[in-house]
Design a protein around this ligand. Structure first.
Ligand code: 48H
Length: 257
């Protein structure tokens, strides 16, 4: 069969452009394709909401690939295991209440589920700012991660969304942007990002569910960013909280939409 190089290029450019154009107005825009962001995306897309995920890196999955200290297995508790069952990830009971799963299988299966439910994931795009109107976030400001890396002076583009999910993990990048550039008060005790506390798996996993909420008009926080925002402990390589927080975030947004 004959292959034309230019048709290959045209196919990619046209298809990608269509995908991006279709995401200029979203129900929910998610910043970060770690386990919490991907899980939230899956449950929102499954409910027929228009969801786009923007991820700075080439690969999705955030901090999940490396398990604990590069031992690429994760630990999950009973409630989290049910979610891995839904994502068709195999788990192994280590001892009652503690399950392990292959970190690579987790990332690839959750990602596949989110995409097949209808989520569009845009890797290599960094969220460098938010759109703020009448004291409410109503969209994101995007640029190629390569522009950020090369420190080029190139203006960004924007997308509009009914809700934004802050799923950037430990650095809470979206909330830091709001703090620094908009000077607004978040719905946290101090009005600012409280900062994550030292490791305490049990407490961190419990609090993450109540920390998953709207932290500023139009912005919901999930995953590690939720505990960092509200000053709760980190929890190490137990990932049930990330998945459950993503699910709860989606459910709470679905009620709000
Ligand atoms: C685009 C961005 C931007 C930006 C960041 O860190 P993550 O895996 O986040 P979670 O919350 O889903 O999972 C946290 C988990 O991986 C973890 O770190 C745990 C459990 N730690 C416990 C402990 O004790 O250490 O993913 C966040 C993603 C990453 O892929 C980033 O590249 C991406 O967000 N991201 N993408 N624009 N401005 N900032």
């Amino acid at each position: 069969m004959k292959l034309d190089d230019i048709i290959i290029s045209k196919a990619i450019i046209e298809t990608y452009t269509k995908k991006l154009l279709d995401c200029l107005e979203l129900d929910v825009a998610i910043v970060g394709a770690g386990p919490s962001g991907l899980t939230a995306a899956y449950f929102l897309a499954k409910d027929n909401k228009k969801v786009g995920v923007f991820e700075r890196h080439l690969s999705v999955g955030g901090g999940m690939w490396g398990g604990g200290m590069m031992f690429n297995e994760i630990v999950i508790q009973e409630e989290g295991k049910k979610l891995l069952d839904e994502f068709d990830v195999r788990t192994h009971e280590f001892q009652p209440g503690y399950y392990t799963a292959d970190a690579i299988e987790c990332v690839s299966s959750i990602t596949k589920s989110a995409i097949q439910a209808g989520t569009r994931i845009f890797n290599l795009i960094t969220v460098e700012d938010v759109m703020l109107k009448n004291e409410r976030v109503n969209g994101l400001v995007l640029n190629w991660s390569a522009v950020e890396l090369a420190n080029l002076h190139i203006d960004p583009l924007t997308i509009r969304a009914k809700y934004v999910i802050e799923a950037t993990g430990h650095p809470t990048e979206v909330l830091k942007i709001l703090e620094k550039k908009a000077g607004v008060k978040l719905k946290t005790p101090s009005g600012a990002v409280e900062g994550e506390r030292p490791m305490w798996a049990e407490k961190g996993e419990k609090l993450i569910i109540e920390n998953t909420k709207e932290v500023f008009p139009g912005v919901w926080v999930t995953g590690m960013a939720a505990n960092a925002a509200f000053g709760s402990p980190r929890m190490g390589p137990i990932f049930g909280g990330m998945l459950l927080s993503g699910k709860v975030c989606a459910q709470r947004i679905l009620s709000a939409l």
